[in-house]
Each structure stands twice: as C-alpha cells, then as structure tokens.
Design a protein around this ligand. Structure first.
Ligand code: GN1
Ligand code: MG
Length: 366
C-alpha cells in the first residue's frame, strides 16, 4: 500500500526533474543514512533519494563528485568495448533537473536526486563464496576504473571519514561527556574500544608516511552496495557513491570483509557468530585482486587483514559513539540498536585481530 504523503512528496520531487507518473512507490530500508525510494515513472523505474544533509553538508559538491566519477567510469567502459547495455547497467546514471543540476531542493530545503533503477538485480547482506568473489571483482574493477581519476578534483564529502585516530579522539570525548548517561550500560564495550588505542592510528600513519599509496576509493564497500544480477548472479554495478574520496585499498577491502565475510550480517543479534569466515575472506580476495588487475603493492597486500580489522573496529566504535551520543547519526529501529550493532562489530574486530596471521597466509598462497 502506498502512503499518500510519500506519493505526493515523490510526485513533487520528480516533477522538478520533468519526470511524471510516479507510481508503485517502495521505500528502501537498506542504507543507514539517506532516504531512498523506488518508483515507476515516465522514465521507467527510478531511484529517488533524499540526501542526508546533516551528514553530507555540501550536497552540490557531493553530486559534482558523483557525476565526474560516473562519467569517468562510463568512458573507461566504452574504451574497453563494453556494449551500451553493459554500460547502462554497469554504472549509475543520474538525471538532471530542469536547471541542469543533478539535484533539487524541496520547500523545506532538503536535497533530492534521481537515478535510473537497474533492472533484474538485487543486493545481499550476507553471502556465499561465489557472491563474495563477484562483489570483490566489482569493487576491484571499480577501483581500477578510477585508478587514473584526478583525486585532487574530488571534494572530501566527509572529512576524516576513515581517520580512525580522529574517530578515536572523538570517542574519548563522547565517553567523557556521557551526554545521555548511557556509559554505565556498556563499560565492557567502551573498554574494548579504548584498548585498541595504539592500533587505531596505524593506517593513517602509513598513509601520512607515504608507505601506503593514496588511491581514489569507494569507502563504503558494504557487500550490499554491489547490485547482483538475479539470473546470472554476476556483479553488475557498484552503488552508493557518496563517499568516493581519496583513501586506500585497505578501506575498501576491509569494509567488504567486515560486512560480507562475517558468519552473520551486521544487524544480527547472534553475538556468538560474529566471526570471520576464511572461505568468504579468500573468495572476496580472489575477485578483488582480479578486479584491480593485481595492482596491489606488497605493503597493501601485507596489511589487508589490518584493513579488515580497522574497518570493523572503526564502525563498531562509531556505532557505540552514536549510542552514547543519543543516536543522532545512524538510522535506528529500536532503542539499543546502535549498542547491538557495536557489540557485533567489536566482537568481529577481535576475531579478525586474533586470526590476522592466518588471514594473511590465505591470500599469500594465491
Ligand atoms: C553507513 O548508509 P550506509 O548504510 O551505506 C555509513 C558507513 C557505515 C555503514 C554501517 C556515510 O552506510 O560508513 O560503514 O553505515 N555511511 C556513512 O552499516 O556514514
Ligand atoms: Mg553509504
């Protein structure tokens, strides 16, 4: 059943893009940040998104990034001889509004954008080895398309996004302030986060020293950010391009492992199952390294387990920070949602740390 207010809102937005007849509206519940809707329209099925401007404070620059990145990928695909059909499914396509901009603002100052829906695809929150290899290939290929993208032209949509040392300092302040008096509910988890103080700054330090090469990365490579073809089960398109910024392979490899190679997905309450599955880890690596064209340097290779740990630890810390701050960042569905998410991620981070040597050995053999 369509909610009448949602239908009216979507019609109001689509009309500013010259798109009519919005119907069969569906709310997408997958992401934690933006508001996403699917609808049929005069341009076929479309994705209508409200950009969270509390988090992405400069939506016009964010859209400039996305348009430049998608244009670059489209050109690369053309030069590789991809068919029109492959290109139209393989890279996101945003529609301009009447004024030529790729976003509009509504009467309450909210920013909206519209892209084409890619048919016959779906996403997965957890996967099989085959799916992990496909997702790995898609994310790796995405990287390789952007390997010659001029990084200096990108706006940093969220400064210090994966600066785990900065996030650690923020966490310490949050704990000290204890604004909503929740610290007493989770002393074990706070302790856990604080215990990794030394490790938290390792990747940023390697980037600063130049040991790790800076690359243009996706930075939000949750396994459900790859659209998988429902028939062939092949990876079709990488979505959610809001955080494409300079970064490292370790971030993209790591976030995909955290979300896709865990025995249970992020939202699970089966806390004893937050362990990394070596078969899925290896399967992802196989696809990823093939996708990037084996351009991984030795130091990147050696630090992939650290990347997996860091992304898991970082998001665990972020969930806990948000819980202690009164749930102002991530969408939550119940009171202790962020606390549960933090618990799962911190358990998984511990498990990855414990297995870091065997994880490294897994990819060395390949
Ligand atoms: C957010 O919105 P979504 O689900 O793509 C977050 C990621 C976290 C993720 C955890 C901009 O991603 O950094 O890893 O939740 N995105 C932002 O599920 O903060
Ligand atoms: Mg995202």
């Amino acid at each position: 059943m369509e909610n009448k207010d949602t239908a009216l809102k979507i019609s109001e937005i689509t009309s500013k893009f010259g798109i009519t007849g919005a119907k069969n509206i569906e709310v997408c519940h997958i992401g934690h940040i933006n508001g996403t809707f699917f609808a049929d329209s005069s341009l076929g099925r479309i994705v209508v998104q409200k950009i969270n401007k509390g988090i992405f404070t400069d939506p016009p620059s964010l859209m400039d990034n996305i348009i430049a990145v998608t244009k670059h990928i489209r050109k690369k695909m053309e030069s590789e001889g991809a068919s029109n059909e492959e290109i139209s499914r393989g890279v996101l396509e945003y529609f301009p509004a009447f004024d030529g901009k790729y976003y509009i603002t509504d009467s309450s100052g909210e920013y909206w954008r519209i892209s084409k829906f890619i048919d016959s695809t779906r996403t997965y929150d957890a996967g099989t080895p085959e799916l992990l290899t496909e997702s790995g290939y898609s994310f790796g290929k995405f990287q390789s398309y952007l390997s010659d993208f001029p990084a200096e032209t990108l706006t940093e949509t969220i400064p210090f996004f994966h600066d785990t040392a900065v996030r650690f300092a923020h966490f310490e302040k949050t704990v000290a302030a204890d604004l909503v008096s929740r610290a007493a509910k989770c002393p074990d988890l706070i302790e856990k986060v604080l215990s990794y103080k030394e490790t938290a700054g390792k990747i940023v330090a390697m980037l600063a020293s130049g040991d790790l090469p800076l690359r243009v990365t996706h930075n939000d490579t949750k396994i459900n950010n790859v659209l998988i073809d429902t028939k062939t089960k092949k990876g079709v398109c990488v979505v959610d391009l809001d955080t494409v910024m300079p970064g490292t392979f370790l971030y993209d490899f790591g976030d995909a492992i955290r979300s896709g190679a865990s025995a249970v997905p992020e939202g699970s309450l089966e806390f004893d199952k937050f362990v990394v599955r070596e078969d899925l880890y290896k399967a992802f690596y196989e696809g990823f390294s093939r996708g990037v064209g084996n351009s991984i340097t030795k130091i990147e290779e050696e630090n992939l387990p650290l990347g997996a740990f860091m992304m898991t630890y970082e998001v665990g810390m972020r969930f806990l920070d948000d819980y202690l701050s009164g749930d102002t960042y991530f969408h939550t569905e119940y009171a202790e949602h962020n606390l549960d998410r933090a618990r799962g991620q911190l358990l998984l981070a511990d498990d990855i740390m414990k297995k870091k040597d065997s994880l490294l050995a897994l990819t060395k053999k390949l």
